[in-house]
Design a protein around this ligand. Structure first.
Ligand code: TRP
Length: 338
């Protein structure tokens, strides 16, 4: 499926990832990139720091988030030699391409983009003016994202549902430009979903999310992870009472991590009333610590040797830039009639 294709993913630096982020987004993205490379495709992975400044105005906080996310992708197995791993702001051609794309982007596309509309809806709910707190970075966000995608002749953007519309906007913009100049100046991207993605419930059973305060902070120390795992909601039924595993939150989280044999052990124990909540929480804790052991060690190593990471990102930018430069040149030649 990926042979000869270019796959591109951008990630916003948004604070230390939790177990849901790691299992549901980061790990699958790394796996997908590595699969694509193994099949003879090209893989670009970048940290969308220009996108991040729309919301995060504290440079120290932003820098910390940037470091964490870079180290986590490397710790999770992204191969910086084989993938092209870089920072968006290291490629000055991206904002230049964005400026050209603006001239072909109907304002209406931005009005109906989900990320912007969600902010307007929030303002309305709070009784505030529609545009309260909305900057132009947020408003024009999909055009910058289109430049990210189109600069590298991307074939496929792996996405979650929330990003589909943004890829479609990139398609529409590139289609409009190609049609206007009657040639394929820009490759038209498509998106794909990863079917292996786990949705991880949080400690209260709702989707794990920082905004719900129900996360398992899997990059924290053992004691903090333990505290979170033991806070997973249970009820007061005695151990002996047979239970439907699917109704037990500990089991639902365990599903995202455990091997089939481990999963069966927990399911049978619950059904037969042989495992209590303390038991299954310990099983979940072991599974989380096993899953994270190597990744956390590597993560801590990279955080402590951040100069190495900087160097890897710089190398990535050196690989990525010529491609973006060629795209920019094609566009400038066409639009300015050079
Ligand atoms: N908008 C994406 C997000 O919020 C991040 C992103 C920026 C991106 N540019 C991209 C994703 C290009 C894929 C392709 O997660």
């Amino acid at each position: 499926m990926f042979a000869g294709k270019t796959i591109l993913t951008g990630v916003k630096p948004t604070g230390t990832p939790h177990l849901g982020n790691y299992l549901g987004a980061i790990k699958p993205a790394i796996r997908l990139g590595n699969d694509a490379i193994a099949q003879g495709g090209k893989h670009y992975m970048f940290i969308a720091d220009y996108h991040a400044i729309n919301a995060e105005k504290d440079p120290a906080v932003l820098n910390q988030k940037m470091k964490e996310i870079a180290c986590i992708y490397l710790a999770g197995g992204l191969d910086p030699e084989k993938s092209c791993f870089y920072r968006q702001s290291d490629i000055p051609e991206i904002p230049e391409i964005t400026t050209i794309l603006y001239a072909y982007t109907p304002k209406g596309f931005m009005n109906k983009a989900h990320a912007y509309k969600a902010c307007v809806d929030k303002n309305r709910e709070a009784g505030k003016p529609d545009d309260d707190g909305i900057n132009m970075g947020l408003y024009t966000y999909p055009t910058l994202m289109a430049a990210d995608i189109l600069a590298y002749n991307t074939d496929i953007v792996p996405v979650g549902k929330d990003q589909v519309q943004h890829v479609e906007i990139a398609r529409d913009i590139s289609g409009a430009i190609n049609a206007h100049y009657s040639k394929e100046l820009l490759k038209q991207p498509t998106y794909c979903f990863d079917d292996n993605i786990a949705v991880v419930p949080g400690v209260d059973g709702r989707k794990m999310s920082k905004s719900y305060g129900n996360v398992i902070p899997c990059f924290a120390d053992d004691a903090t992870i333990k505290k979170a795992v033991f806070s997973v909601k249970t009820d007061s039924r005695p151990m002996e009472e047979p239970k439907d595993p699917e109704e037990i939150i500990v089991y639902q989280i365990f599903k995202a991590l455990a091997s089939p044999a481990q999963l069966q052990e927990m399911a049978e124990g619950l059904k037969q009333g042989k495992l209590g909540y303390g038991h299954i929480k310990n099983m979940l804790l072991s599974a989380v610590l096993d899953e994270m052991k190597e990744v956390r060690d590597k993560y801590n190593y990279y955080m402590a040797h951040y100069d190495d990471v900087e160097q890897l990102l710089a190398q990535g930018a050196t690989k990525a830039r010529p491609v973006a430069q060629a795209t920019l040149k094609r566009l400038k030649d066409a639009v300015f009639g050079r």
